[in-house]
Design a protein around this ligand. Sequence first.
Ligand code: C2G
Length: 130
Amino acid sequence: MKRVITYGTFDLLHYGHINLLKRAKALGDYLIVALSTDEFNWIEKHKKCYFSYEKRKQLLEAIRYVDLVIPETCWEQKNTDIDDYHADVFVIGDDWEGKFDFLKSKCEVVYLPRTPDVSTTIIKYDIQNK
Ligand code: C2G
């Protein structure tokens, strides 16, 4: 069984996220999503999520491509996650191109093209300026 792992906030879940998760799952047989906690988002990414971790987790667990959701609480956990969950592939959108090449010693690293013209930020802006 080929195990894939990816990381993200996935707030205001949209088709760009789904496109990523669909392609990530297609790289293996089992997809683990490390979901940024509310604290990690606020402290490390300066993002205030619309939906809480629990709600974002509930949404992800309902997606057919997702097999397991675990918390992302720090940047550094990727190395141990890959070991602990026996991940064969690390995948993330190409807005992170090159940022996680240090993981290549442990697993395959894949950067997937982002879906254009959609993001949580765009959604929030459009709603506020309708
Ligand atoms: N994504 C995408 N296309 C979009 C928007 C997002 O492919 N239009 C991808 C991102 O590249 C990422 C995933 O969907 O792989 C989740 O996006 P975010 O929730 O914005 O994740 P991010 O804040 O980049 O968190 O440790 C890594 C971080 O947790 C990544």
